[in-house]
Design a protein around this ligand. Structure first.
Ligand SMILES: Cc1cc2nc3c(=O)[nH]c(=O)nc-3n(C[C@H](O)[C@H](O)[C@H](O)COP(=O)(O)OP(=O)(O)OC[C@H]3O[C@@H](n4cnc5c(N)ncnc54)[C@H](O)[C@@H]3O)c2cc1C
Ligand code: SF4
Ligand code: SF4
Length: 371
């Protein structure tokens, strides 16, 4: 198994083309872009614009869909809490919310991600933050924020697969100051693979992951463009009550989830990590109270930032309600078990995963009394 893992992690542009781009497995994380002048995006589609003859390459080695070994990433995460096959390594689990009224107003839920980003920038923990900007109804774009206004403008969830990491390689080449990155779980995995290659390790001062169970493809925005009533929307949400809700002129426009499902990115169906297991901090909804976030503290570095933000009055944290932990664990298990079934059936879309027998066993419901 160990030998297979090492081999699976090595390859080049032809392997990336054959195993990831042609198979629809690309998550548009953006990590390979910036490593190679021949890789570009068209919308959220990543493609080679010219063939590259190299037998091996960084494009393949950083790609989270070329190969992914959760045990290896668990072991790599410096300062991490105990590994947990469902929720990933973590030191603490909280409900949390921003205390700055403007952050609360502009944040998707409790604004914790933006509050932590602003605190990291203000406290000098990061000189710049790589974020995802844009409106909820048009394709988003990467943003490099160095000030409060730019970071605030990037608040809010854009439900598609922006190639946020595209500017990362040039940023790492150009400077020496610490960087923060906010990304989806697939992007967090790419960042850790990049770190494992010795790239930018000392510069990646903070990695915040947002939970993500699926993202949508660009045709979703064409669908939205056909709905004139949604043009002024300032926010999109997928609330626990069901449907997809847009905030429009102080009111809400709801569309059935079934109209949105056809736009789910195929690569997301084989995604094994909905909670950004290898981030320093992971932030999700609570599926309970939209004014709060779930906050998973995974590393000592993440813990130090949260402690600082709380002490500075930027963030409020409260213990995660014990009765809700099984609900979160069951949602994550459901996603993982579906992908594991695809892997066990030998389906190509899950072949990028290296899952140890111990991890497989630990993911079965009976490993946790059926929860
Ligand atoms: C595609 C997608 C699907 C998601 N699905 C779920 C889910 O099923 N369950 C759940 O609990 N949470 C999900 N989330 C996370 C959730 O929507 C919030 O982003 C998270 O709870 C943080 O909330 P907040 O109030 O702290 O956000 P904010 O303070 O508003 O900060 C949001 C941050 O997310 C970044 N961001 C926005 N869009 C993207 C994007 N497309 N790619 C990368 N980064 C982005 C912004 O740069 C900003 O830093 C999803 C997020 C995304 C991007
Ligand atoms: S590194 Fe990211 S953007 Fe590039 S091919 Fe892999 S998944 Fe797609
Ligand atoms: S579901 Fe997984 S693969 Fe798809 S965007 Fe989210 S983290 Fe990336």
């Amino acid at each position: 198994m160990a030998q297979r893992t090492v081999e699976a992690q090595r390859g080049g542009p032809r392997d990336l083309q054959a195993r990831v781009l042609e198979t629809g497995l690309c998550t548009a994380c953006g990590a390979c872009l910036g490593h190679c002048p021949y890789l570009k995006t068209l919308g959220e589609r990543v493609a080679f614009i010219h063939p590259c003859p190299l037998p091996e390459g960084r494009c393949f080695e950083v790609c989270p869909r070329a190969a992914l070994d959760p045990d290896r990433l668990d072991a790599q995460l410096a300062g991490a809490g105990p590994a947990d096959p469902l929720l990933g390594p973590h030191l603490a689990l909280h409900f949390a919310r921003a205390l700055d009224p403007e952050v609360k107003r502009r944040g998707q839920y409790g604004g914790v991600t933006t509050a932590l980003t602003l605190f990291a920038l203000g406290a000098g923990a990061a000189e710049a933050a790589l974020l995802t900007g844009g409106s909820p109804t048009a394709a988003p774009h990467p943003v490099v924020a160095r000030d409060r206004a730019t970071a605030l403008a990037a608040a809010g969830t854009k439900y598609s697969a922006c190639a946020t990491l595209a500017p990362l390689a040039p940023l790492l080449r150009e400077g020496s100051a610490p960087l923060a990155v906010v990304g989806r779980p697939c992007q967090v995995a790419a960042l850790r693979k990049l770190e494992a290659r010795g790239e930018g390790g000392h510069r990646l001062a903070l990695v915040i992951g947002v939970f993500c169970f699926w993202a949508l493809t660009p045709p979703f925005y064409r669908f939205l463009a056909s709905r004139a009533d949604l043009a002024p929307a300032t926010k999109m949400d997928i609330p626990k009550e069901g449907g997809v809700v847009f905030s429009v002129n102080g009111g809400a426009v709801r569309i059935p989830l079934d109209q949105v499902r056809p736009f789910i990115r195929p690569a997301c169906q084989s995604c094994f990590d909905p909670t950004a297991e290898w981030a320093d901090l992971a932030v999700g909804s609570t599926e309970y109270d939209p004014d709060w976030n779930t906050l998973v503290v995974r590393t000592a570095r993440g813990q130090a930032l949260v402690d600082g933000a709380v002490a500075a009055g930027a963030l409020e944290v409260t213990p995660y309600p014990a009765e809700r932990i099984p609900i979160l664990r069951a949602a994550v298990r459901g996603k993982k078990i579906r992908v594991l079934a695809a892997l066990e059936a030998g389906r190509a879309e899950a072949a990028y995963l290296e899952i140890s027998p111990e991890r497989r066993a630990a993911l079965q419901p009976e490993a946790e009394g059926g929860a």
